[in-house]
Write a protein that binds this ligand. Structure first.
Ligand code: 2HA
Ligand code: ZN
Length: 275
């Protein structure tokens, strides 16, 4: 089977197109990775190269040794992925040391995996462990309103979570564990990857101050839907804060507790503080 005929490749490309249309991927902004299932690897094996140089990942992800990922290419534009997928995305395999990867397919005109590979793989490492392998997608985008809020709200998990939850009733149901926030750091390296992956132990969403967000999920719809929901809430909050400095009314802690019972979600009390 051809890689581009596989359902996971179609889902990957569809997400790139959806994110680009939302305006979250200016120029080469954002990146995406998918941990490919063993039976999916099997079905496309005819198209996978045997050899290629080993590229250092920039961190160590021992638990991912041998795993295959579909990833966007460094410097490549999301908007071009649907037009020429084989030039803009790649399939890589992690070596046995967990420190290098090898390109097995794609990036046909040259190139290397996303500059945020350390963050993607360290997040996958955490999510594979804490979800018993069910999470397969890590998605990074430059969602406009979330970035705007990082100039205004204190950079605290509790505050971002509560404010986003209050912005739309569906939010606590869609991301009941909350969102993590990482202060401004240099992107692309192990340090920011470590800070992000620590928060992925607890959250499915991590916001990078003045930069964007990382979302995780079982599949493409879940990861993209999560980013979409978080960004929509951020847009409502930006509009609200643009109209008034203080909300006249909002959802109260007791309202969230009722919501938790009605929708059978666990909402940690640390987010339901009295203001
Ligand atoms: O350019 O988004 O964080 C890709 C990025 C880096
Ligand atoms: Zn970025």
């Amino acid at each position: 089977m051809k890689v581009l005929d596989a359902d996971f490749a179609k889902g990957f490309i569809h997400l790139c197109e959806s994110g680009f249309k939302r305006g979250w991927h200016e120029r080469n902004g954002g990146n995406l990775s998918y941990r490919i299932k063993p039976d999916e690897v099997e079905r496309i094996s005819e198209e996978l190269n045997e050899k290629g140089p080993f590229l250092p990942i920039g961190t160590k992800v021992q638990e991912l040794a041998g795993e295959y990922f579909m990833v966007t290419g460094s410097g490549k534009y999301f908007g071009n992925v649907p037009l020429e997928p084989e030039n803009n995305i790649a399939i890589i395999q992690i070596d046995q040391s967990g420190e290098n990867c090898q390109i097995k397919w794609g990036l046909c005109n040259g190139g290397v995996p996303t500059s945020e590979l350390p963050s993607h793989l360290m997040n996958h490492n955490v999510k594979k462990r804490v979800t018993d392998g069910s999470y397969r997608v890590i998605y990074h985008c430059h969602a406009t309103n979330i970035i705007a809020l990082t100039f205004v709200l204190p950079l605290k998990d509790e505050i971002f979570t509560r404010e986003l939850w209050e912005a739309a009733t569906e939010c606590p149901v869609v991301f009941p564990s909350g969102v993590g926030v990482v202060k401004w750091m240099i992107p692309g390296g192990r340090e920011i990857a470590l800070e992000t992956s620590k928060r992925m132990e607890e959250y499915d969403v991590v916001i990078w101050a003045h930069h964007g967000l990382f979302c995780s999920g079982e599949d493409f719809d879940q990861a993209f839907g999560l980013a979409d929901t978080v960004e929509k809430a951020a847009e409502i909050l930006v509009k609200t804060l643009s109209m008034v400095s203080q909300k006249r009314q909002t959802i109260q802690p007791e309202g969230f507790r009722q919501l938790a019972r009605a929708f059978q979600v666990d909402l940690p009390e640390k987010f339901l503080y009295e203001k």
